[in-house]
Design a protein around this ligand. Sequence first.
Ligand SMILES: NC(=O)c1ccc[n+]([C@@H]2O[C@H](COP(=O)([O-])OP(=O)(O)OC[C@H]3O[C@@H](n4cnc5c(N)ncnc54)[C@H](O)[C@@H]3O)[C@@H](O)[C@H]2O)c1
Length: 314
Amino acid sequence: MKRPKITVIGAGHVGEMCAQYAATKEVADVVLVDVIEGMPQGKALDLYQAAPIEGYDAKLIGTNSYEDTAGSDVIIITSGIPRKPGMSRDELLETNVKIVWDVTKKSVEHSPNAVLIVVTNPLDAMVYTAWKASGFPTNRVVGQAGMLDIARFAAFISMEIGCSVKDIRAMLLGGHGDDMVPLPRYTTVCGIPVTQLIPAGKLDEIVTRTRNGGAEIVRLLKTGSAYYAPSAGTIAMAASIIYDQKRILPCAAYCDKEYDVGGYFVGTPTMLGANGVERVIEVELNAREKDMFAGSVKHVKQLCAETEKVLSKR
Ligand SMILES: NC(=O)c1ccc[n+]([C@@H]2O[C@H](COP(=O)([O-])OP(=O)(O)OC[C@H]3O[C@@H](n4cnc5c(N)ncnc54)[C@H](O)[C@@H]3O)[C@@H](O)[C@H]2O)c1
C-alpha cells in the first residue's frame, strides 16, 4: 500500500505545526513547501531528526518546488500573511487571494486527485479562492476554522467547569470570524447540555470570548496569530480524510440548498472521509440562531464579492 502523503504549503507557524502533528501522529509523510529558500528544508530536516528520539515513522521533506508534492492525498494551504494586533482577518484578503490562487494552481497540477484543506485567512474567502483556482468538485475543497472555534469553546467550558476537555462536545456554525454562531444548546458535557451546567450569564461570556478567541491570542503574541490549535484541528481533518474515518467535524464546506446558502463555503458539521466532504449536516436552528447564521452568511458573501474583484484584476 502506498504511504499517505500530505503537502503543507507555507512553512510558517501554522504550516510547521501541521507538519509536526502529521508526523508525530504518523498520519502521513509530509512535504513542506515555502517560497523562502532553505527554510522549509531546514524545518523538515529538523523534524525528521526528532523522529528517532520520539519514535515516529514519517518521512519529511522541505522544498521550494511543486514537483516534490506530486501525488499528495491532502494539500493543506497555510501560505499567506497573518494578522497583526488591531487588524481584522478581512484586511488580509487582497494579499492572500493572490497567494492562495497561485499556490493552488501550482499544487493541483501535480496532485489532481487530492483533497484541499484551506487554512489561510480570511478563511471563507480563501476556500472560495482555492475552489475557483483548482477547478475541483466542491467535495474536495474544505476549510479549517470550525475545528479551532469549537476547540476554543470547549477549552473555555473546561476551564469554567473544571472538567476534562475529553468529555466536551462543542458545536457552532457560520463563518470564521466575529459573526460565528456558537450553539450552546447543542454543546454537551458527557451528553449533558452545557446549558444545565453553566449559568446563562457565564455561558454568554464564554461565547463572547470564543468569538474573540483569535484576537485575544493576536493581542498577546503581538507578532502573528494562533497556530497550535489551528494546526491540531487541520491534521484531525486530514486524518479523517486519509483514513476514511467519516468523522463529523465542523468545517467550511460548500453549501447550496443547505440552509439556503446558495453556493458558498460556510461553517457547518460535515462528514469527512476518503472523498473529502461526504455529507453536509444541517442542524435545526431556532429563530435567533437562524438570524445569526444569516448575518454570518451575508458576511461570507461580501468577502467572496471582494475576492471576485481581486481575481478580476488578474
Ligand atoms: N483558519 C484558521 O483557523 C487559521 C488559524 C491561524 C492562522 N490562520 C491563517 O493562516 C495563515 C498563516 O498563518 P501563520 O501564522 O503560519 O503565518 P506565517 O507568516 O508564520 O507563515 C506564512 C508562510 O507562508 C509563506 N508564503 C507566503 N507566500 C507564499 C507562497 N506564494 N508560496 C508558499 N509559501 C508562501 C511565508 O513565507 C510564510 O512562511 C494566515 O493567513 C493566518 O491568518 C488561519
